[in-house]
Design a protein around this ligand. Structure first.
Ligand code: C2G
Length: 128
């Protein structure tokens, strides 16, 4: 049973997020998603429209997602991977290279980011 993990804000959930989660789940049989808390989003200079609790509620409703945990900081990934016996760490390739240090703990895979959609594009388009 290969266990997969990924991290992100997942605000205003869109098909780019879903394609990422779908492909992440296809790599194993269990997918954990660590969602950035509202406090951590501040550190990432991101303000999400939906609160952590509501983003968690939405992600937990997805058939590809088996577990949702909070992402509180940049440093927790190694601890999460060890504690949960994770086999594969997945991120979109806008993060390519940034998490290669995790390859001592598990397989690190960057998946193609879905072009033409993003949470910020949704916000910009709605403003125009
Ligand atoms: N993503 C994607 N295609 C898009 C938009 C997002 O594949 N059009 C992917 C991103 O590459 C990321 C995931 O969806 O792997 C979540 O994206 P965000 O919510 O924007 O997450 P981010 O702010 O990049 O946070 O510690 C890691 C950070 O928490 C990642």
């Amino acid at each position: 049973m290969k266990k997969v993990i990924t991290y992100g804000t997942f605000d205003l959930l869109h098909w780019g997020h879903i394609r990422l989660l779908e492909r992440a789940k296809q790599l194993g049989s269990h997918l954990t998603v660590a969602i950035s808390t509202d406090e951590f989003n501040c550190l990432k200079n991101k303000k999400s429209y939906h609160s952590y609790e509501n983003r968690k509620y939405i992600l937990e409703a997805l058939k590809y997602v088996d577990e949702v945990i909070p992402e509180n900081n940049w440093e927790q990934k190694i601890k999460d991977i060890k504690a949960k016996n994770i086999d594969i760490f997945v991120m979109g390739d806008d993060w390519k290279g940034k998490f290669d240090f995790l390859s001592n703990e598990c397989q690190v895979i960057y998946l193609d980011r879905t072009e033409g959609i993003s949470t910020s594009k949704i916000k910009e388009d709605l403003m125009s």
